[in-house]
Design a protein around this ligand. Structure first.
Ligand SMILES: [Fe+2]
Ligand SMILES: [Fe+2]
Length: 521
């Protein structure tokens, strides 16, 4: 079959449209980066119309102006992105009166395309700026089109402006009227797409802000844990970006590269990891001494001691010499009990077997006043003072540990977007240990993903270097020796720990968050 010239032109036009369609489908399916999206729009429009140059403006509704987003001109060798453009935005109004002097603002206000065959021979808009520009740059702007980027609600979100349609031989000609319709479709399609992207971005931002604000509230809830979540999240982010930057080297992390989505996922996991502490009672979270509940009950114990002591003293004052010695001995014992209890209550030192014996004696101590037996500590106080390390009794520990389960349960009630779907899992696993002795599930090694290992290590590092109600902060040397032991016991990931040391992650964190006294290595 012989092809006519008309057929050939039609085929070429169809091919051009197909090419533009292809670009649009790439935009739709692959691109979330706004800058690239604008690049695709600009390329597609220029290629389709064989234009020499193009500009994309976005409408800034608040400032009521058109902002330059991209400028390209092959003849002028100009290719500028938004951050490289220092031209002032174009006002959409002057004193509330629409600015109709510029072709782009005209297109905005009249919500329609303009196709000008020769800028020098027209009355549609004020070409003085173009003439000035041309003269300055020894350029000739001939044809120009402005296409509104209209979304599904008929709102203009931007304007695409094309300059100088070119013939195959490079001659500047007018844009073809029949191409304008397709360019309008491209512009509107881009507008709808970008609106969707903006909407998605807004939802993502809101979601992130929502999670951050809950994390902030939990950080505020406890005086002593204050800032823990924020600092752990920061450390997690430092790990992730350091792994991404590490491209070559012996460590296995050279092969790992987190995508943007994965970075967000691990970041969200960091922010959410202690979400369950929202239900942990304050007096347990901040339990600064063994007898602390809502108030520190050591005060009650001391009052009892004072009472017994004053009675004994009264008895000493009226006693015979013989029983005086015995009473004074009791008085001395009470003084010793008092010192011992105050020291024990702080939970700052390990409680030995001898200490348990001493406590047992105090627990058994009784003194008769007016025929009534008086004690120094009751059953619950005895139970709490017996705590070997720190200030938490087994029941407190159970309640504290429950926070991970609660974190998991809370997150299970939220439908996470696909790209964040693993964040709840990472958050839930932050107290698991590689040797299977962690909680709540006692998961072993390969069941704990890298992201959760990063979170676990960051969590421990922050906890060790921070001051808690029952302990002073640890210096770096002490922290590293504890972490060494944890590595030896296969509790934390050795490679990750080594990587952090080699890449100076802990050191960078220390400079920002620890005191000079702590940075001893
Ligand atoms: Fe935790
Ligand atoms: Fe934590």
């Amino acid at each position: 079959m012989k092809m006519t010239t008309d057929n050939k032109i039609e085929t070429r036009t169809n091919l051009k449209e197909l090419e533009m369609l292809k670009k649009i489908s790439i935009m739709l399916t692959q691109e979330r980066d706004f800058d690239k999206l604008f690049g695709y729009v600009l390329d597609a429009a220029m290629e389709y119309s064989n234009a020499e140059g193009a500009t994309i403006y976005m409408v800034d509704d608040e400032a009521k102006q058109l902002r330059f987003i991209k400028v390209f001109n092959s003849a002028m060798k100009v290719s500028l992105n938004v951050d490289q453009i220092d031209w002032p935005p174009i006002p959409l109004f002057y004193d509330e009166v629409p600015n109709l002097k510029n072709i782009a603002t005209l297109c905005y206000h009249h919500k329609r395309s303009y196709n000008i065959a020769d800028v020098y021979e027209q009355q549609v808009f004020d070409n003085s700026g173009t003439l000035k520009y041309d003269k300055l740059n020894n350029y000739r702007t001939k044809s120009i089109v402005a296409i509104p980027m209209m979304d599904h609600k008929n709102r203009i979100i931007g304007v695409i402006q094309l300059v100088n349609a070119l013939k195959d031989n490079g001659d500047k000609i007018a844009f073809l009227a029949e191409e304008i319709g397709n360019l309008e479709v491209l512009a509107s399609f881009s507008a709808i797409l970008m609106n969707n992207q903006m909407l998605i971005k807004d939802i993502q931002t809101s979601f992130h802000q929502f999670i951050s604000s809950i994390a902030w509230a939990i950080d505020k809830k406890s005086m002593h844990f204050s800032g823990h979540i924020a600092r752990v999240s920061e450390l997690v982010e430092m790990f992730a970006s350091e792994i991404n930057e590490y491209q070559e080297g012996k460590s296995k992390f050279a092969d790992i590269n987190f995508t943007e989505d994965e970075l967000e996922e691990i970041n969200i996991a960091g922010l959410m990891h202690d979400l369950g502490k929202i239900i942990t009672p304050m007096h347990i979270l901040d339990k600064g001494s063994k007898l602390q509940k809502i108030a520190d009950r050591i005060e009650l114990v001391l009052e009892r001691i004072d009472h017994i002591r004053s009675i004994v003293q009264m008895e000493i004052d009226h006693a015979e010499a013989e029983s005086k010695i015995e009473l004074e001995e009791i008085q001395q014992r009470i003084d010793q009990y008092e010192k011992f209890l105050v020291k024990t209550n702080s939970g700052r030192s390990y409680f030995s077997d001898n200490d348990i014996q001493a406590l047992e004696e105090i627990y058994q101590f009784r003194y008769m006043i007016n025929g009534k037996s008086h004690f120094i500590i009751n059953d619950d106080e005895y139970f709490n003072l017996k705590i070997r390390m720190g200030t938490l009794n087994p029941e407190d520990i159970r309640i504290i540990r429950e926070h991970v389960v609660v974190t998991g349960e809370m997150l299970a009630q939220i439908k996470f977007p696909a790209y964040l779907s693993n964040a709840p899992l990472y958050a839930k696993l932050h107290h698991e240990k590689l040797n299977g002795e962690g909680y709540p599930d006692g998961l072993k090694g390969h069941y704990i993903p890298l992201q959760a290992r990063i979170l676990a290590l960051s969590d421990v590092f922050e906890a060790l270097t921070a001051t808690r109600p029952y302990k002073k902060f640890k210096k770096l040397s002490e922290t590293y020796s504890i972490l060494d032991k944890m590595v030896a016991a296969n509790e934390i990931d050795e490679d990750l720990y080594q990587f952090a040391l080699e890449q100076g992650i802990f050191h960078k964190y220390a400079i920002k968050h620890l005191t000079k006294e702590q940075i001893d290595r």
